[in-house]
Design a protein around this ligand. Structure first.
Ligand SMILES: Nc1ncnc2c1ncn2[C@@H]1O[C@H](COP(=O)(O)OP(=O)(O)O)[C@@H](O)[C@H]1O
Ligand SMILES: [Mg+2]
Length: 287
């Protein structure tokens, strides 16, 4: 696999990225926030088990709306498990069990009156490996609308253009919408998957190592895109790339062996963490 940037890259790049980020945050205008509370996620005393194996331990996180939150930590520490439980994608695995709760806009994702399908409509998900359907670019994006019986050409066309523009892909593909999604480059395919994830106007975007199979140029495009998308969406991104976490996120959560060791503003996590373990991980001394 073509790793965009190894974890062992020098810490000085992280410092540079954090400084850059601080300037950007200082310049940001306060956003108008209609519906903003629907995008707020709270993880409350949350523990999770696969069978008898506990993989998350009493996690508490308040994840702000319209910001980027990065989940970092060594392989196997539970990042993907937490991400997938936010839209209940682990439901089909035998023997799972949880304690505590995850709230979105104040409502439990486990609320028995909540339909999982409607929950997932509010949440877009992007995976490590881009996974376009074996269909045209156009049909990839309108797929969920067609499944819902929405087939009006005007609405489909509008959705395709809006989603591709939102994913910074429109200019590159607008003349080839009827071509197979597999004719795109790796970076374009991943942006197509992001376009598909935002086609249904979700409130939240979950991204599990979205750049780990991409080269640095494609990674840069996705990172710029994430910065744009957070104006509208609450974004949670799992990344193994410390520079990426420092560049794109506002908040960073460091996990180790299923425990949330430290969760704070990204600049604090990278420049002045409270915990020894966090310091060791972000400076590349383990993991
Ligand atoms: N479907 C599953 N069944 C049993 N154990 C699992 C399953 N998925 C993940 N695990 C285990 O849960 C732990 C956390 O995994 P994961 O959430 O994928 O971590 P990360 O994304 O941080 O690498 C690991 O020990 C992993 O082996
Ligand atoms: Mg993972």
């Amino acid at each position: 696999m073509n790793e965009a940037s190894p974890d062992s890259a020098p810490a000085v790049d992280v410092a540079q990225a954090v400084r850059q980020r601080r300037v950007e945050v200082a310049q940001r205008k306060p956003e108008a926030d209609a519906d903003v509370n629907l995008q707020h996620i709270q993880v409350c005393n949350y523990s999770f088990f696969y069978g008898t194996t506990q993989v998350l331990f009493d996690v508490n996180m308040d994840i702000p709306e319209r910001r980027v939150t990065a989940l970092i930590g060594p392989s196997g520490c539970g990042k993907t498990t937490l991400l997938r439980n936010i839209n209940r994608m682990n439901d089909l695995i035998d023997g799972i069990r949880h304690q505590g709760d995850i709230l979105i806009g104040g409502q439990s994702v486990y609320d028995r009156y909540l339909e999982v399908i409607s929950l997932r409509k509010r949440i877009g998900m992007v995976f490590q490996k881009s996974n376009p359907f074996p269909k045209t670019i156009y049909e990839n994006i309108v797929y969920s609308l067609r499944v819902a019986g929405r087939n009006k050409k005007a609405e489909l066309d509008e959705t395709v253009e809006r989603s591709l523009r939102g994913a910074a892909l429109w200019d590159e593909v607008k003349d080839r919408l009827k071509e197979s999604a597999f004719s795109l480059s790796g970076g374009q395919m991943q942006r197509l998957c992001i376009a598909r994830a935002i086609a249904n106007r979700p409130e939240i975007l979950l991204m599990d190592e979205p750049c780990s199979a991409l080269d640095p140029v494609a990674t840069g495009k996705i990172e710029d895109l994430i910065d744009e998308l957070k104006k509208e969406y609450t974004i949670i991104i799992v990344t193994h790339n410390m520079q990426q976490a420092a560049r794109v996120s506002d908040r960073t959560a460091f996990f180790y062996l299923g425990k949330l060791i430290e969760y704070d503003d990204t600049q604090t996590i990278f420049m002045n963490p409270a915990e020894e373990q966090t310091e060791a991980y972000v400076s590349g001394r383990f993991g």
